[in-house]
Unconditional design. Structure first.
Length: 456
């Protein structure tokens, strides 16, 4: 297996808002910036059924996680209580800096035991020989099939899913639509385009988005390409990375054109490329934007602060239809919790401890805790009901069935970066869709010349 270059980074944004937890995935994508955690529903920290002491090992145990220690304090306590003598050192490696900080720790010879990743980085570390093969664990049946299969590379499980099945959907403000006399859920781009002028007269932008956060732009291509590829985004992405197709193919360009049209038709809030997460969320909560495209973890933020948002009556829908064929599904991107695995070079005296701690972290009780904290609509664990929240259940019923894996979980990081930069240029009006596609394909061609080979 060839080494993976540490050049650029991808990020599934995770734990947006007060109700989201670093213990869940996505993202997450998930991909979501850290925020203060809500208190767990249990009065005491749960412990994994049947968890045993870690044999002869006592001492420091290092967790390299994309979730911060404060958010995971109950989990840390639970691990230590179930494993007397073990002291967890939870090292927070923010999603956007995980690769950088992990590499620095590895080069320095720091202790590393468990790697708790955003799913987008799993392929990098699996192909790069940084994770232990977990294909032979005895408790695979605790996970939903889609969750355990997500972290397979070359037919082997390199990590276990921990958290919830969630994703990026269109949050809508029913009050904003009502102000222009629209009392149903929009389903097509043409509907939005028709409503946009009336919205503008009422001082309402159609879409708010944290465009300053470059890591979020690829999620637009994920859902758009899901439609323009005829619901073959995963299959055709693999073909493209393997060299059987090109990013300049009409269906890829059409996906980029969807974002270009949103910008060119004035659908985005003014100054979208300069707005951070707070700067884009606040106008939506104030009734100044009708749609906010983000992760389902925002449901938690809404429930926590709903009383402070009198202008927001929030609902959610799949991204709108942008193709003419009604048989094509309105798919949206999503993920399956954290990818939690064991470092390939873990010292032998901590191997048994790592296996037992991994078992605990992915147990029904602890995954239930993570699901409730993150308001996940669906759980990675088959016997866990993630949430009874009205919007979480709506996502579970109307959205999750058509959910597809984030494409940047397959893209090499250089391609992710190329999409990010070119998509910002599309929104800024400095590039056309075909030019962006040519630039992205040029990046892939460069990788081929350097010996890149896609491994399914």
């Amino acid at each position: 297996m060839m080494p993976v270059k540490n050049i650029s980074r991808r990020k599934l944004l995770r734990t947006i808002g007060a109700g989201a937890a670093g213990a869940t995935g996505l993202m997450l994508a998930g991909c979501r910036p850290a925020a203060p955690a809500a208190a767990p529903s249990q009065s005491a920290a749960p412990t994994a059924a049947g968890a045993a002491a870690t044999g002869d090992y006592q001492g420091k145990f290092v967790m390299m996680s994309a979730g911060n220690a404060d958010q995971n304090a109950p989990l840390i306590k639970g691990i230590e209580e179930a494993n007397p003598g073990v002291k967890v050192e939870w090292r927070f490696l923010p999603s956007e800096r995980y690769v950088e900080l992990f590499t620095a720790a590895e080069v320095a010879g720091d202790q590393i035991d468990i790697m708790d990743l955003n799913g987008q980085d799993l392929r990098r570390y699996a192909v790069g020989g940084k994770l232990r093969d977990l294909s032979n664990i005895e408790y695979k049946s605790r996970f939903r099939d889609v969750a355990i299969n997500t972290y397979k590379v070359a037919g082997k499980n390199w990590a276990l899913p921990r958290g919830g099945i969630s994703g990026f959907t269109f949050l809508t403000n029913k009050k904003a639509f009502a102000k222009v006399g629209f009392d149903k859920e929009p389903s097509t781009y043409e509907e939005l385009k028709t409503l946009a002028p009336e919205m503008k007269k009422a001082g309402i932008a159609m879409v708010s988005h944290p465009g300053k956060n470059i890591y979020l732009w690829p999620v637009w291509q994920f859902w758009a390409y899901g439609q323009t590829s005829g619901n073959k985004s995963i299959e055709n992405t693999m073909k493209t990375l393997a060299g059987e197709m090109k990013f300049t193919a009409a269906e890829h360009v059409a996906g980029l054109e969807t974002l270009y049209n949103f910008a060119n038709d004035g659908m985005f809030i003014d100054g979208v490329n300069s707005l951070d997460d707070t700067g884009s969320w606040v106008p939506f909560t104030q009734g100044k934007a009708a749609i906010y495209y983000t992760h389902t973890s925002r449901v938690g933020s809404y429930r926590t602060d709903q009383a402070k948002m009198p202008e927001l009556d929030m609902s959610l829908i799949p991204p709108v239809r942008v193709v003419g064929d009604d048989k094509i599904l309105r798919q949206m991107p999503g993920g399956t919790g954290n990818a939690t695995g064991i470092y390939a070079k873990i010292k032998s005296e901590r191997e048994q401890a790592a296996m037992k701690i991994l078992d605990l972290m992915t147990s029904d009780k602890w995954v239930k805790w993570a699901n409730e904290l993150g308001k996940d609509p669906v759980s990675c664990n088959a016997n866990v009901e993630a949430s009874t929240d009205e919007l979480a259940l709506k996502y579970s019923k109307e959205c999750s069935a058509n959910q597809t894996t984030y494409l940047d979980w397959m893209w090499p990081p250089e391609i992710t970066r190329s999409f990010q930069e070119n998509q910002q240029a599309l929104v800024a009006g400095t590039k056309k869709p075909n030019e962006a596609a040519e630039s992205i394909q040029k990046t892939l061609d460069g990788l081929y010349k350097d010996g890149y080979k896609f491994q399914q």
